[in-house]
Design a protein around this ligand. Structure first.
Ligand code: CP
Length: 318
């Protein structure tokens, strides 16, 4: 395992399966009386968030604490970033306070790689979402969730068809999932209106469709994406009502779902726009399982990035 996790592109399928298997092992160990492991005792992890987050920031914090690490949380809002402090100076300040691993979310694509490769800090770096580029731990927790439903034996995802539906253009989740799920053997179809399909999508390892109703009955997992209004500086569809009618998952469209299929959403959801409450709260929805699995997968990523087996040889076990 690399000392950083910046992009799904850096992972081989064996690396990814190793992370999923480690998360599964951690779930087995922490399912009973033992909730907290001593694995990262004495290590300091920093959450460095320049963009808002609920799930990613809190689940990394929960994951680090379950491994007994000390956690420092930084939000750009209310910090000296508002006085003009740079990423370099901010990261070096946090490293001076003992940060050995930095989990960074930033609005600029490439920010995590810049931090890891600039030589500014010696800490491990994990990308928690960089602009519209990647969100690798989201893709890993999504793969873990899909595998837990369709392959109880813990293999790869061959034979599973996943649809990623909605605002593909602005979505780092879509890019990371398209890369990871296909790497693990799944077949992926991205579905969106032409205005929300990225230029160059033909080079992605996916099928492309503009017709949700045609694709939906074939899908084992339907991953609905948030409309990212905050990244939109123009109009990408005629109206919210029209978008919902064509690309939303509501009660009418639920009738087209294949038996045994699951409904996913990385959150936060725009209920009533890309997904209706009838779908989000249906028995087929695994949205809260995704959140739960996020803690396990992030525990595995922290453990493996910071040394994995080396930690065991130092006397701590996962
Ligand atoms: N899925 C996700 O990244 O959610 P947050 O923005 O709440 O972290």
């Amino acid at each position: 395992m690399n000392r950083h996790l910046l992009s799904v592109e850096d992972l081989t399928s064996d690396d990814a399966l190793h992370i999923l298997d480690t998360a599964h092992e951690l779930s087995r160990i922490t399912d009973g009386a033992i909730r907290k492991l001593p694995t990262l005792r004495g290590r300091t992890v920093v959450n460095l968030f320049f963009e808002d987050s609920t799930r990613t920031r809190l689940s990394f914090e929960a994951a680090a604490k379950r491994l007994s690490a000390d956690v420092i949380s930084f939000s750009a809002k209310g910090s000296s970033v508002s006085k003009g402090e740079s990423l370099k100076d901010t990261a070096q300040t946090l490293e001076a306070m003992g940060a050995e691993l930095i989990i960074i979310r930033h609005g600029s694509s490439g920010a995590a790689a810049r931090l890891a490769n600039s030589g500014w800090v010696g800490a491990h770096v994990i990308n928690a979402g960089d602009g519209t580029h990647e969100h690798p731990t989201q893709a890993l927790l999504d793969a873990y969730t899909i595998r837990s439903h369709f392959d109880k034996r813990g293999g790869n995802l061959s034979g599973i068809h996943v649809g990623i539906v909605g605002d593909i253009l602005h979505s780092r989740v879509a890019r990371s999932n398209a890369l990871l799920l296909t790497k693990l053997g799944a077949s992926v179809t991205v579905v969106a209106p032409p205005t929300l399909m990225p230029i160059g999508v033909e080079s992605w390892p996916v099928n492309v469709s503009f017709n949700f109703d045609e694709v939906l009955p074939q899908l084992d997992a339907v991953m609905m994406l948030r409309i990212q209004s905050e990244r939109m500086d123009e109009s990408y569809f005629p109206s919210e009502r029209e978008y919902s009618r064509m690309y939303g998952l509501g009660s009418n469209r639920m009738k087209l779902l294949k038996s045994g299929s699951i409904i996913m959403h990385p959150g936060p959801m725009n209920r009533g726009l890309e997904i209706a409450s009838a779908a989000a709260d249906d028995d087929k929805s695994v949205i809260l399982e995704q959140v739960q699995n996020g803690v396990l997968v992030r525990m595995a990523v922290l453990y493996l990035t910071m040394g994995g087996p080396q930690l065991i040889s130092e006397g701590v076990t996962p």
